[in-house]
Design a protein around this ligand. Structure first.
Ligand code: NAP
Length: 324
């Protein structure tokens, strides 16, 4: 990866031009670099799903009074740049109480967590949720939302992240890297398991998470982190993960009173109205104080390789941000 000059993008009709102050780094960026992300653009490319910044220009059919306004935007790639054009429909006012770095930490993490916990997972106050990788970007967003719902929270994470997670309100942190998390979860829930699990690990993890569901439990699958590795090792891990994936029979789901659903936020571009409605709910959370994005580190664009390495080596707690 490298920083290089490109011609300034020009907003077409219905678009705005954003001068980027902060761009989010996501696990999808890592997988795309490793060649393990089928939705990624053809290389060479500029990655980046989300930015915060200031509107510098607008195309035809867009209100010119937007120029100069600080915003958050969802970008379909190209966000990790000084300037990006984006549909005016994908832009939201930046809440005053958030820094640009915090604001750029909102879109992907919180929309994913909102869709998983509230929209598809239907989490309720009297239920328990297991958040895998609770210390990551999506994980901390999910914790904010689960606490707001009032559910009991369990989370797996590297042990070094447990203290922070407890401070953020996680009820039970489980070190899944040095012990088998399933017996530990069952011990903590008197053998019952939990009503909702969100699992971005994939492969054999989905089989195990399914076993940890209580009756009426739902499992949201949304990632394949177990495959993460560069070169041929990544391809081998991806094949292994696919081979180890569970197969479900609808009759089995019926008889066990369990549900499974999948989420890919990157396949929601055709559902702008839904995503805008979810964003409004999250912005309400910012205003009310129960959405508080945590920025782990800000890396200048020139240090993009270090930023990837930081996340790949599991060092981040919350969001990694890139800054021009
Ligand atoms: N489907 C969707 O719409 C969607 C949207 C956003 C994200 N996702 C998925 O959600 C997951 C989290 O994404 P994120 O951007 O918030 O990343 P993240 O969780 O902030 O960062 C990575 C964290 O994942 C954990 N991890 C587990 N296996 C890992 C591995 N093999 N290599 C490195 N880290 C690993 C580590 O936490 P520990 O130290 O606790 O192990 C690490 O700190 C990813 O799988 C991503 O692809 C899916």
């Amino acid at each position: 990866m490298k920083v290089e000059p490109r011609p300034d993008p020009v907003p077409s009709s219905g678009q705005v031009l954003v001068r980027v102050k902060a761009a989010g780094l996501n696990f999808a960026d890592i997988l795309a670099r490793q060649g393990l992300y089928p939705d990624g653009p053809r290389k060479p490319c500029i990655m980046g799903y989300e930015v915060s910044g200031v509107i510098e220009d607008v195309g035809d059919e867009v209100d010119r009074s937007l120029i100069g306004k600080p915003v958050i935007a969802m970008t379909r790639f190209n966000g990790q740049a000084e300037l990006v054009t984006v549909s005016a429909q994908q832009v939201f006012p930046k809440p005053d109480q958030l820094t640009f770095e915090e604001a750029a930490a909102i879109p992907v993490n919180y929309l994913t967590a909102w869709a998983l916990l509230v929209v598809m997972g239907g989490l309720r106050q009297d239920e328990a949720v297991l958040i895998h990788n609770a210390g990551g970007g999506v994980g901390l967003a999910a914790l904010d939302i689960a606490k707001h719902v009032g559910a009991k929270t369990f989370g797996t994470a590297s042990a070094s992240k447990h203290e922070f997670l407890k401070q953020r309100g996680l009820d039970h942190a489980i070190d899944y890297r040095n012990q088998d998390w399933l017996p530990e979860l069952l011990k903590l829930t008197d053998g019952r398991g939990v009503e909702l699990i969100i699992d971005p690990l994939g492969g054999p993890s989905w089989k195990k998470s399914y076993r940890a569901l209580r009756s009426t439990g739902r499992m949201g699958v949304f990632g394949m982190s177990v495959a993460s590795a560069s070169g041929i090792l990544g391809k081998l891990r991806a094949f292994k993960a696919i081979a180890q994936m569970p197969r479900y029979n609808p009759i089995g789901l019926m008889n066990r009173n369990k549900g499974i659903f999948g989420l890919n936020l990157g396949h929601m571009w055709n559902e702008g109205e839904k995503v805008r409605a979810w964003t409004q709910e999250i912005m309400r959370g910012v205003a009310e104080g129960w959405v508080h994005p945590h920025v782990d580190r800000v890396f200048p664009f020139e240090q993009i390789a270090d930023a990837h390495r930081h996340m790949e080596e599991r060092k981040n707690i919350g969001k990694v941000i890139l800054a021009p």
